[in-house]
Design a protein around this ligand. Structure first.
Ligand SMILES: [Zn+2]
Length: 257
């Protein structure tokens, strides 16, 4: 790309986050999930919306139920692959309105869109080694809930997490991990400290679960998200993914209907 970029690109750059946030906010209106569709409405030409898009979950419970239904299909091998066709691409091209935020590990065996059987425009997804967070990641997690009312955050850890195993062993042995991997180990120190307070048959698995719960608790109580949680507009769920079965086990924070 040249230095000036295209007009659209310049508009995006100069408009920045505020413009995008305004766009997202505009499209998150509760009455905007009707059959005409957001992108179609903006263009003035109604286009058929997929059934999934028309029924976009707007409450923490509805979003949670949608995700868990998708996970059940994944476990049972009955995938529907919703929201993955060209119609859906057109529908969300102008604006997006995901119903969930997933913070998960980079592990190649835990792709959120597959394990929850979702499609285009359904989820904001953040993935880091051991799903550790820092200011940039937390800001990215907060983006949907704070700008467009995304009603659900799921912190998803998983069985046999290599990042957490490596950090556990390094912290236990007082070793430094190579390069920037040490930053992941540093971020996992609070979970390690909590883990070694008790004896566990499988301390790495215990540390995975402790880390998921700590991360979800931190998000739930942070100054930006806590007011949304208190109002019932947002749920922050901690969950554990089994590589063996494909099942997502909810640990804490499941919203009620
Ligand atoms: Zn992992």
């Amino acid at each position: 790309m040249g230095t000036a970029g295209t007009p659209q690109r310049r508009a995006i750059l100069t408009g920045g986050l505020a413009a995008t946030a305004a766009l997202l906010t505009a499209c998150s209106s509760k009455t905007d999930t009707t059959s005409t569709g957001k992108a179609a409405g903006a263009a003035g030409t109604p286009a058929p919306a997929s059934p999934a898009a028309a029924a976009r979950p707007d409450s923490p419970w509805a979003a949670f139920a949608r995700l868990m239904d998708g996970n059940k299909r994944w476990v049972d091998g009955k995938l529907q692959h919703p929201d993955r066709d060209p119609k859906r691409r057109e529908f969300v091209a102008e604006a997006q309105d995901p119903y969930g935020v997933i913070l998960s590990c980079i592990d190649s065996r835990v792709p959120p869109e597959l394990v929850f059987d979702t499609g285009l425009g359904d989820l904001f997804v953040m993935r880091t080694g051991g799903q550790v967070v820092g200011p940039v990641v937390v800001g990215s997690v907060e983006y949907g809930p704070m700008t467009s009312g995304t009603p659900l955050i799921v912190v998803l850890g998983h069985q046999r997490c290599g990042a957490i195993k490596a950090a556990y062993e390094a912290l236990r042995d007082g070793k430094t991990l190579p390069g920037n991997l040490q930053a992941i180990s540093d971020a996992l120190r609070p979970a390690y400290r909590e883990t070694v307070k008790k004896k566990h048959a499988d301390p790495v698995d215990a540390m995975v679960r402790i880390h998921i719960d700590q991360t979800a608790a931190d998000l739930r109580s942070n100054k930006d998200l806590a007011p949304l949680v208190k109002k019932g507009d947002l749920a922050v769920v901690s969950a554990y993914y089994s590589l063996d079965t494909g099942r997502v086990e909810v640990l804490t924070g499941a919203p009620s209907a």
